[in-house]
Ligand binder design. Structure first.
Ligand SMILES: N=C(N)NCCC[C@H](NC(=O)CCC(=O)O)C(=O)O
Length: 446
């Protein structure tokens, strides 16, 4: 069946800022007081989307969420009109104000888990928004994510949308960042690999000691059940708790898969030899599965976390080869850049690399792969996707003009206390819903 992978990249929202909200994410904490540049952040993301489109890959745009989330502050007891609520929060709890202003929905690898129709019993594409309950600012995302997914994939004959899992650490779910699909090609049945950090039920499973495990086994199992994934097509592997404690807060910071290639660090999984054996045995394709393990000797976990090598995208090109879409930080780290050179000459489909400047997002712990949600679709399913969310030359120039018109090039704590920023962001997002034909997806539009 003719199928392809579409990457839906999060368009960085107008309130992108550095707030130090993600304990366990080294970059987020290190840049807690940095001054952000939302305009540059959005333009860097759009440049990647356009480059992917220019290479002939299918590229979609995932809209930002409305921030500040004033209703979230009201729920916490701040009263009055929007300006008053913001003023009170700025005085009483600047941290909460930062949280409701976070543009974290840009990292759409955490938006949802998606199972393509080739893997599901009803032959439909299944979506479940991630509850992201490990971090307060991210727990504000699932409702709007679901509304956006429904506005993008709006045909019940092809697409099924599930409610996010219960908002409770027991079912901690961080979406596609802990989910990879291995297959001969995007048009063949795949093995859905769910990677979890801890178990809520099984005490014999040792989680990390220092930083939180954001994904539980029970959440992954619930997603596989909801998505009606054929039994033989789902497996569960535990992430190495020791690397979570070194800043690997999602599996996509230490491993990346595409079709029949799994590129992972030597220390990615707990008891890695058995984990890889399990994956090899469960693989259902006919082609050889290439598992490329990166030795610690070549790239330390620290280098992996700093450079985000494994947060590169691996994409299939028309000639059957694969390209590594890496952050520029990989080029600037000599161990990593040397490793990439050797990877390209190994006997596997990865032949080329392209580097992108995504510094604004990287400084909050989000690399190329964090910024995208992969959806494998048949041609027929792709024809049902809202066409206005697909990247094109025209869409690109419309979005660049929109960013230039509405985005600030500097955002600090003082700016967050400025009620004018609410008006600015709502004006921008209202216009965006027309550009992307999304309807009234935001609370402020209802
Ligand atoms: N690995 C993947 N797939 N996604 C990266 C998400 C980064 C995000 N950072 C933040 O939310 C930082 C926000 C701040 O501190 O301002 C997070 O930790 O959840």
């Amino acid at each position: 069946m003719a199928s392809l992978e579409v990457n839906f990249d999060g368009l960085v929202g107008p309130t992108h800022n550095y707030a130090g909200l993600s304990y366990g994410n080294v970059a987020s904490l290190n840049n807690a007081d940095a001054v952000s540049n939302p305009k540059q952040a959005a333009l860097q993301g759009l440049a990647k989307m356009k480059a992917m489109h220019d290479m002939g890959l299918k590229q979609g745009v995932f809209a930002p969420h409305a921030r500040p989330d004033v209703d979230a502050l009201r729920r916490l007891g701040f009263t009055g009109n929007d300006s008053q609520v913001i003023n009170k929060a700025a005085k009483e709890s600047p941290v909460l104000l930062r949280a409701v202003y976070s543009a974290s929905a840009m990292w759409t690898a955490n938006a949802a888990t998606v199972s393509p129709s080739l893997d599901t019993q009803d032959n439909k594409v299944h979506f479940t928004a991630a509850n992201l309950n490990n971090k307060y600012h991210r727990s504000l995302e699932p409702q709007t994510t679901t509304a956006l997914l429904k506005a993008m994939f709006n045909n019940n004959d092809y697409f099924v949308h599930h409610t996010h899992l219960p908002e409770q650490p027991f079912f901690g779910d961080e979406g596609a960042a802990n989910h990879t699909r291995l297959c001969d090609s995007h048009g063949s049945k795949g093995l859905e690999l769910f990677v979890y950090g801890a178990s809520s039920l099984n005490n014999s499973i040792q989680g990390p000691k220092k930083y939180p495990a954001r994904q539980t086994l029970e959440a992954s199992q619930a997603i596989a059940r909801l998505h009606h994934i054929n039994h033989s097509q789902a497996i569960y592997i535990q992430q190495n708790p020791e690397v979570i404690d070194q800043g690997v807060f999602h599996n996509d910071v230490i491993a990346v898969g595409n079709e029949n290639v799994l590129l992972c660090h030597e220390q990615a999984f707990l008891d890695q030899p058995s984990a890889l054996d399990k994956i090899n045995r469960a693989y259902i394709g006919d082609k050889p599965l290439h598992i490329v393990e990166v030795p610690t000797q070549s790239v330390s976990v620290e280098d992996a976390v700093k450079s985000y090598l494994f947060n590169s995208q691996l994409v299939s090109l028309e000639d059957g080869s694969m390209m590594l879409v890496a952050p520029e930080e990989c080029k600037n780290n000599s161990n990593v850049s040397q490793y990439i050179e050797s990877l390209l000459s190994m006997n596997n489909p990865v032949n080329t690399v392209k580097f992108f400047d995504l510094r604004q997002s990287m400084q909050n712990g989000g690399g190329p792969a964090c910024l995208r949600l992969r959806v494998a679709l048949t041609e027929q399913e792709l024809a049902q996707v809202n066409p206005e969310v697909m990247m094109s030359d025209d869409k690109f120039s419309t979005l660049i003009t929109w960013v230039d018109k509405h985005y600030r090039d500097k955002l600090t704590d003082n700016d967050l206390a400025d009620p004018q920023l609410i008006v600015e962001t709502q004006t921008a997002l209202d216009e965006l819903t027309h550009i992307l034909a999304l309807g009234s997806v935001y609370q402020f539009q209802r």
